[in-house]
Design a protein around this ligand. Sequence first.
Ligand code: ADP
Ligand code: MG
Length: 605
Amino acid sequence: MKKYIGIAVLVAFGVLLPYGLGSYAIHVANVAIIFAILAIGLFLTMGIAGQINLAQIAFFGTGAYASAILTTQTGLGFWPAAVCAVLAAILIGLIIGIPALRMQSHYLGIVTLGLAVAFTNLVSNSSFTGQAQGINNIPGPTLPGIDLSSEYNYYYLEAVALAIGIMLAAFVVHTPLGRRLRAMRDDDLAASAMGAEVPVLRMAAFAVGGLYGGVAGVLYAGLIHFVAPESFSLANMFFLLAMVVIGGRHNLWGALVGAVALTLMREALVNFATYAQLAYGSLVVFMVLFAPTGLAGIPSRLRSLLLTRGSAGPDSTRVAAYIPAPSLGRGLHAPAPSAPNVVEVDGLTKNFKGLRALNGINLVARKGEILGIVGPNGSGKTTLFNVLSGLYTPTEGAVRILGDSAARVAPYRLSLRGVARTFQNLRLFTRLTVRENVMVALDRTLTRWSWRYFLWPLGVWRQDRGMRVAADALLERYGLSDLADTFPTELSYGAQRRVEIARAVATNPEVLLLDEPAAGLNGEEVNQLRLIVKDIRASGVTVLIIEHNMGLVMSLCDRVVVLANGAVIADGLPAEVASQPDVIEAYLGDSSLLDLPTTETAGTP
Ligand code: ADP
Ligand code: MG
């Protein structure tokens, strides 16, 4: 309710604002709105999708220049030119996004910065962009019955564009596409293992940046009637970046507040241009050091500070008991020998430079089987899972899952085919709630269905509601209902392991790979885990489980494969395998047989 009152007040303010502004002030307001639209684009690409983008100003420039060129040189009207200009900006967004397929973080920052410089150089030197003089006499938009040459009326046109931009951004962020983008930002590896097409999502993030940049550029050309290279300089890119950082790059309102605040500040300091740059710079440094979540993050930081001072008890991390599925006869045991092979690994070898982590592995897992994979630390167990889930490509050998080759298949494809996994070193999406973590996994659609955001948003909304209901049902069963709205970082280790299993199950897998799911769990939590895995198997899923807890392996697994130095040294019933002399020798001196939690946490996913 409070939210709606806030929005109503904001809308009323936006509608009434021009009545209180002089002719110069309304111009400043119009510029501020354009920067706000640009800032939303940057917020989506950087804050939501985690793609460092220092070329947003080039998307802005593309929109402005394309609209200038099309209207002044081809005689196209404002609106058709605007559509083409926005499409051009999206195209430039996709082109500038290509490097993101190969590199991330500061490398991506450097490359996009270089492309932004290239854009400024291009428009400063090409004759068709008017070189340094730019392009003059750009016609403004027309609408029947409204005189848009008045900046007061233009304000309302921009305000409508901004309102649509805000609504679209807010909708995307809280529905499947945005959730996947945020998951990718938090952990691209885990996101891909949960079915998110990371390369497509990265391109989508840049396309969205291009969309907002293009709209801002078109509005800018229509407002000023003039474009020149200096409006799209690196200084302005920095200005834009400062808006998003100061406002708060993880929060839509932060980006908007930052855009308005900095535009006003720039106006106030217009006679001290040199000092103004210095001031923004210092402000950015100050914010990054002392308020990394920006202005928008300050209220929630204060709140959490007050809460931790207050009475927030350890209860917030307690997991309730797992509720066994009543219909699944838990008496089900090992599958018949005639059950089809779900996983087949043939002569699998995996080299890391000089190191041979897997050396000619052969194994099968039958439908409905619980296959234990044990072996000393460093014997290649996690590497095997990484190959099975598509994170690593095998050096040699064949891997078939459900009859189809799984070597060199992207992780998201394997996820959609029915391979799910957990990670030895917990890879939850840290800035998504527990419920959202599960919802990312429940999403089985391909990202190209995102066109529905424009053509059938109601369908997207309905799908999202359905996923929420399904997620809550799953969380209930896994005893996680009370934790649905908490973030993984607030949870105990045991609770995080439970969430990871729930998330993997949410993908509705055929094969589930559990990498040391009992590591760090207490006795009761291990009992619950046993119950959970038995239920999962009873529902027809094939489970491969890497475990050091021999008690759990012996009581749970139908069959056990032992690895040592990347090779299979034993394969059989748990009791048979445990008594083989070479197995005992492989374990000699290894603490894992004594049931200690593993200390290995380095490197591999
Ligand atoms: P386990 O899970 O059985 O403890 P791993 O599969 O994690 O063992 O590791 C097997 C060997 O492969 C180790 O020597 C490890 O250092 C090495 N290894 C695993 N992943 C990589 C990687 N990405 N790059 C280089 N070496 C790796
Ligand atoms: Mg491991």
